[in-house]
Design a protein around this ligand. Structure first.
Ligand code: ATP
Ligand code: MG
Ligand code: MG
Length: 565
């Protein structure tokens, strides 16, 4: 163990081994006071991953000791995300389950003269801690009060005899120690907010410093893995286990994973949500894990990314662009390709027969037979993307223009635009084209995507709404006062969301959906229906999409409402 193995009394170790059979046990211990973010994905992978590597188990523990910040939706979302990432907690536990036991141990601690009731304010505590301006560190007047008095006052705290801030229980540690974690940490405080699980049963709540190591001990955790900012806490962690003579897990630290160019702070995300800059906490422009999920990112891409970082003590800061590039590389390998068009323009290929219809077998991913294939019709009338036609040609434009030839993806021969049909107002209604099937016709420079007009095959599939997302902030560091003097709210990109109406997709979409319906564990994982729209980008189905009853293949086709990037 880095920093030395903690000494554990043989009888405590024997008891621990009896309970666990020597199994490696870890836990992922989030505070249910917010949604998980990309940094937590590292913590989840380390805790569940190390346990698995050692044939051990890992618990999900809600560290729910602060009723003021906890909400039902956080509990639900945390478990969902852990499962989404592919991990199954051996047990789901709660620190609050142990409130009674924690309380009894606090009484024990007072009896051992290792804790006392203190009435200092936060400001007074800071003053006693000393420092360059404040002078030497000093004990407060309450530190030496008799044990019996602290016992009585703790009882009074428990029974509601003190208001918030009037009394706290402090551990009597070592004021001479250079480590601030020894300066009589707070163990209990008065809080009159009802608790999510225990209601109004308790009026005092244990702190993180007091609770964390003890609940690790109760759960027989072997390796208490945490981030490096808890390095100094390792010693207070051991101190408390030793003071109470309970089994003592080993603490190991690893580096945090932070993301630059975005906002992860709960308070700030709440502001973005409340002021309607984003839809919600899982808005795809954010980098919480629910947001990353809703954006259609496969959980394996996140896990793989975290694995590339390894388990070291150094903190990592990644740029969102680097994470996005990693995700795109992953999707490039795994997402099926479909053709689709925004602002579609109809092209009538005049030299094909009226009822022309050829079924084409197209690969789900070019040059990757393992990804399979699907069939689509090719017909006399097809739709192309609005941006692939220009009425006024120029020499750097290699797509369709009057008189110009372009390839249609997956179609044997190219087409040449022969005419532009407009309505009375001058708006383009459709293009006329010629199919160039003469032998030896020159291979075109560019191939564009297209979608057949074939009512018989239900083509095209029309999408009510496609949401295209871009960077949420204009500047690389929205929180940097020099870069953005007005603050991050003034840096929100007004074009970070654009909504496309009337986009179309080929019928290969049903194959993606069928595969999803057959494979997906949870029927709510809409975002797992992800695909690439060739030459446009990666998309998935949004949870707000109105998909009707997915289990009935027939209604499926009628009910696609919204797709998002
Ligand atoms: P935040 O304030 O960002 O929510 P936190 O430390 O309060 O972070 P917890 O919910 O207490 O978050 O975290 C649960 C576990 O995840 C802890 O073990 C914590 O060390 C770890 N963790 C939190 N943030 C990161 C991060 N950025 N990188 C790696 N691990 C993290
Ligand atoms: Mg925390
Ligand atoms: Mg947290």
């Amino acid at each position: 163990v880095p920093g030395g193995n903690p000494q554990i009394k043989p009888e405590l170790m024997a008891e621990h081994l009896k309970a666990t059979g020597g199994k490696y046990i870890t836990r992922f211990p989030p505070e249910p006071n917010g949604f998980l973010h990309i940094g937590h994905a590292k913590a989840i992978n380390i805790n569940f991953g190390l346990a698995k590597a050692h044939n051990g188990i890992c618990n999900l523990r809600y560290d729910d000791t602060n009723p003021e910040a906890e909400e039902e939706r956080y509990f639900t979302s945390i478990l969902e995300i852990v499962k989404w990432l592919g991990f199954t907690p051996s047990e789901v536990t709660y620190s609050s389950t142990h409130f009674q036991k924690l309380y009894e141990l606090a009484v024990e601690l007072i009896k051992k003269d290792k804790a006392y009731i203190c009435h200092c304010t936060g400001e007074e505590i800071q003053k006693h801690r000393g420092g360059p301006e404040r002078g030497p560190r000093t004990a407060c007047v309450h530190r030496d009060r008799p044990i019996s008095e602290s016992l009585e006052l703790f009882e009074k705290m428990k029974n509601g005899g003190f208001e918030e801030g009037e009394a706290i229980l402090r551990m009597k540690m070592d004021l001479e120690n250079g480590n601030p974690q020894f300066w009589d940490l707070v163990a209990y405080r008065v809080l009159k907010t009802p608790h999510h699980r225990t209601g109004s049963e308790w009026l005092i709540y244990p702190t993180y410093d007091y609770t964390h190591c003890l609940v690790d001990s109760f759960e027989n955790i072997t390796h208490s893995l945490c981030t490096v900012e808890f390095m100094q806490s390792r010693f207070s962690y051991y101190w408390l286990c030793d003071a109470l003579e309970v089994y003592k897990p080993v603490q190991w630290e690893y580096g945090r994973l932070n993301v630059a160019n975005t906002i992860l702070s709960k308070r700030k995300i709440a502001e973005l949500v409340n002021k309607k800059y984003v839809f919600d906490w899982d808005d795809p422009r954010l980098y919480t894990l629910p947001a990353i999920r809703r954006r259609g990112v496969p959980p394996q891409a996140i896990n793989n990314f975290v694995h590339t970082l390894g388990v070291t003590k150094s903190d990592t800061v990644i740029e969102v662009a680097k994470l996005d590039a990693f995700i795109r590389d992953y999707l490039n390998e795994t997402a099926p390709r479909l053709m689709g068009a925004f602002n579609p323009i109809k092209v009538v290929i005049e030299n094909l027969p009226e009822d022309y219809e050829q079924m084409l077998t197209v690969p789900n991913k070019p040059r990757d037979p393992a990804m399979g294939e699907h069939t689509i019709p090719f017909t006399r009338e097809v739709w192309i993307d609005g941006s692939d036609f220009r009425e006024v040609d120029d020499k750097d434009f290699f797509r369709l223009a009057p008189g110009k030839t372009v390839g249609l993806l997956n179609v044997p021969c190219p087409i040449t635009c022969t005419n532009v049909i407009k309505d009375a107002s001058g708006k383009i209604v459709e293009l006329r084209a010629r199919y160039e099937d003469a032998a030896g016709f020159k291979r075109p420079k560019t191939y564009i995507q297209w979608v057949a007009e074939s009512p018989k095959h239900g083509s095209p599939v029309r999408l009510d709404e496609v949401r295209l997302f871009d960077r949420l902030f204009n500047h690389a560091n929205p929180q940097d006062k020099k870069e953005v003097p007005g603050g991050y709210l003034t840096d929100v990109n007004p074009d970070s969301l654009s909504i496309e109406k009337g986009a179309i997709v080929e019928i290969g979409l049903w194959d993606v959906m069928d595969r999803w319906a057959k494979s997906s564990e949870s029927k709510t994982d809409y975002e797992a229906m992800r695909f690439q729209l060739t030459r446009i980008g990666y998309f998935c189905v949004d949870k707000e999409a109105d998909l009707g009853d997915f289990t009935k293949a027939k209604s499926l086709k009628d009910s696609v409402k919204k797709l998002i990037l």
